[in-house]
Design a protein around this ligand. Structure first.
Ligand code: ADP
Ligand code: MG
Length: 257
């Protein structure tokens, strides 16, 4: 089966710093894959190149076999790569459902000048997406008063509004309490299963990574040093070296299903 995402020799240098250096990997259809590594390893730089925010210094990115290297973010988004956006000030004044309706309108290319009618447009579709993330009962609340964890679930509903084949999530659980982290990743993993999409995510909490990721990649100083199942990655000597001392890679032993 064609990989949903295929990356070949992906590299990015900032001045003399090789932030990402010759990275190769694939994400399969329906796969939930984690990219982990110490701070400064190059994870966000990788994500920014995949999303079109940063032009790679070298290498190629393929989406379902089609080369998308260096295309603008909007084009990559339209081709079916979703990402979680943080809801900014402007949108805080809208309700939960309106935020999803706006995203759906953008996906269907409706003009924002239709705003007086926007309330009715895509209302049902928005409610269906909110139901997927367990937020349907909060549809008419203002975003400004949402709890942090609920805001994150709303961001996930918005990311699903363009029906992506691949979701990119760079530290989706940042700032969340451990229990909320587990819940958000459980939700993500249910969505991956139910909708058959692929997800690539970064995460600091190794319990979350080892409990939910199908495969794990480890980046260190811009280079991929491991790519495999949880047990393969745990047994990898170079990975052990990188994480030596913290012992974090072993903390989740037995906690993954
Ligand atoms: P991670 O997300 O794994 O913590 P980053 O991708 O943010 O790592 O950073 C990788 C390396 O690239 C770091 O050394 C960082 O300082 C450097 N870097 C990232 N973005 C820039 C930039 N815009 N300009 C210069 N250096 C950068
Ligand atoms: Mg980062």
């Amino acid at each position: 089966m064609t990989a949903v995402l295929k990356v070949e020799g992906l590299s990015k240098s900032f001045g003399g710093v090789k932030a990402v250096n010759g990275v190769d990997f694939e994400v399969a259809p329906g796969e939930l894959k984690a990219l982990i590594g110490p701070n400064g390893a190059g994870k966000s730089t990788c994500f920014n190149m995949l999303m079109g925010q940063l032009m790679p210094s070298a290498g190629k990115v393929y989406l379902k076999g089609e080369q998308i290297t260096g295309l603008p973010p909007r084009v990559i988004w339209r081709k079916g790569v979703g990402r979680t956006f943080q809801i900014t000030g402007t949108y805080q004044s809208m309700t939960v459902a309106e935020n999803v309706q706006m995203a759906l309108m953008s996906h269907h290319r409706k003009l924002f000048s239709l705003l007086p009618y926007a309330y009715r447009l895509f209302r049902e579709e928005a409610l269906a997406l909110l139901d997927v993330v367990g937020m349907a009962d909060q549809a008419d609340r203002s975003c400004a008063i949402l709890a942090y964890g609920d805001l994150k679930r709303l961001e996930l509903a918005i990311a699903l509004s363009n029906d992506p084949m691949l979701l990119l999530m760079d530290e989706p659980t940042a700032g969340m309490a451990p229990k909320e982290r587990i819940n958000l990743m459980q939700l993500t993993s249910d969505i991956v299963r139910d909708r058959g999409i692929s997800v690539l995510f970064t995460e600091h909490d190794m319990d979350v990574v080892f409990a939910h990721a199908h495969h794990i990649m480890v980046l260190n100083r811009g280079e991929l040093i491991a790519d495999g199942t949880a047990s393969e990655v745990r047994a990898n000597a170079r990975v052990q070296e990188v994480y030596l001392g913290g012992g974090t890679l072993y903390a989740a032993e037995g906690s993954h299903a």
